[in-house]
Design a protein around this ligand. Structure first.
Ligand SMILES: [Zn+2]
Length: 368
């Protein structure tokens, strides 16, 4: 999504203000914000189907499904509000904080399904032990539902932008092709997760990292990550391989701050074998270093995390984190012109790992 906003900013002649935060006339900014909001609203309407993706029933209004359960977001909110990713990248076109009720929302399943199908993992009492297989399946299921929605919305945004402003020649087709491949993969993954949940399968996912921290971390996230390179620069996924037969293999990362402690865990589809070297490298690290890797993955590969508003400003403007956060959009914008995978592998290497501030360490706990 981030790259769409980047593109919109340049299309709307905000190129210089995006990321660097220079001032534009407030009139111009307001006008552009209006345009962006109109594009998003149109795309949201077009992205909605008329059936619940879970039960298949016809629905007139979809549930506001939370990606990260509200009971988790509450633990890092200030008066019900949280910072989102835009607090880091600073696009003037979108909000950088939001209420819990509007944070990480997607619309693909009906209210009835939303209240039932995630019940196991959305229950705070279930975390006294490590997450069960059923909980992992439900988390995976939701991650893919969210991704399906996100990609559908992106496709509709490109269409609306093309209609209203015109995109560079070939761009709509190029983006549509990528998105359709992704949608197909996400749909298969979602169906697999749904089945493992229904059948309570114990071998569908492997958890390779699970750490309970006795303090509340200032960030919350759940989502899939398709890593490009391991800790030593070896290739894991070729992110821009356009061969429909090439499947990306993703791990699922969860950072869940609870009332008095936190759980950070990563698991993976048990069919996926590309991460073997990464596990080995990862297991040799100290906990402090492992948590740094998690922070790196979070900022380099994702944009759907939420941050406590009391986190030090020095972190939110930390040069290394900002540079890492920009990777996905920079890489995406260059893809039509260069060999994507070569660029990606160089840009996602862990060379800056030692400089990453470990916001999952006790030093940054909430309410310290
Ligand atoms: Zn339903």
């Amino acid at each position: 999504m981030e790259d769409i906003f980047g593109m919109l900013s340049s299309t709307l002649d905000l190129r210089d203000t995006y990321r660097v935060g220079q001032k534009v006339s407030s009139e111009n900014l307001l006008e552009n914000k209006k345009k962006v909001n109109q594009i998003i609203s149109r795309a949201k309407i077009n992205a909605k189907s008329d059936r619940c993706l879970y039960c298949g029933e016809k629905v007139t209004s979809f549930c506001n499904s939370h990606t990260i359960p509200a009971f988790i977001l509450e633990n890092i909110s200030v008066e019900g509000n949280l910072y989102n990713f835009n607090k880091m990248i600073g696009s003037p076109l979108i909000k950088d904080e939001d209420g819990i009720n509007r944070s990480g929302i997607f619309y693909v399943i009906c209210r009835d399904c939303d209240s039932k199908v995630f019940a196991e993992y959305e229950n705070p009492d279930k975390y006294s032990t490590g997450p069960s297989h059923k909980m992992l399946a439900q988390i995976a299921m939701k991650n893919f539902l969210k991704n399906i929605y996100k990609r559908k919305l992106e496709l509709e945004m490109y269409k609306v932008i093309n209609e209203q402003m015109g995109l560079p020649y070939g761009m709509l087709e190029h983006q549509s092709n990528i998105i359709k491949l992704d949608l197909n993969e996400f749909m298969n993954e979602y169906i697999r997760a749904k089945k493992s949940d229904e059948k309570n399968k114990s071998d569908a996912y492997n958890m390779f990292f699970c750490e309970r921290l006795d303090y509340v971390v200032p960030v919350a996230f759940q989502g899939p990550i398709a890593m490009s390179t391991d800790l030593e620069g070896g290739v894991i996924n070729k992110l821009f391989d356009m061969d429909p037969k090439y499947k990306l293999q993703e791990l699922h990362l969860c950072i869940f701050p609870f009332k008095e402690e936190s759980l950070v865990f990563m698991f993976i589809d048990s069919r996926w074998k590309r991460y073997r070297k990464f596990y080995k490298q990862f297991r040799k690290l100290s906990l402090e270093e492992q948590l740094k890797v998690v922070v790196y993955l979070l900022f380099a590969y994702t944009e759907d995390f939420f941050i406590h508003k009391d986190l030090d400003d020095e972190i939110l403007s930390n040069e290394v984190l900002l540079e890492i956060s920009g990777k996905s959009s920079i890489v995406t914008s260059m893809i039509p012109f260069v060999d994507g995978d070569e660029v990606v592998q160089q840009s996602y290497d862990f060379s800056q790992l030692s400089l990453v501030p470990n916001i999952l360490s006790k030093r940054y706990e909430v309410g310290r």
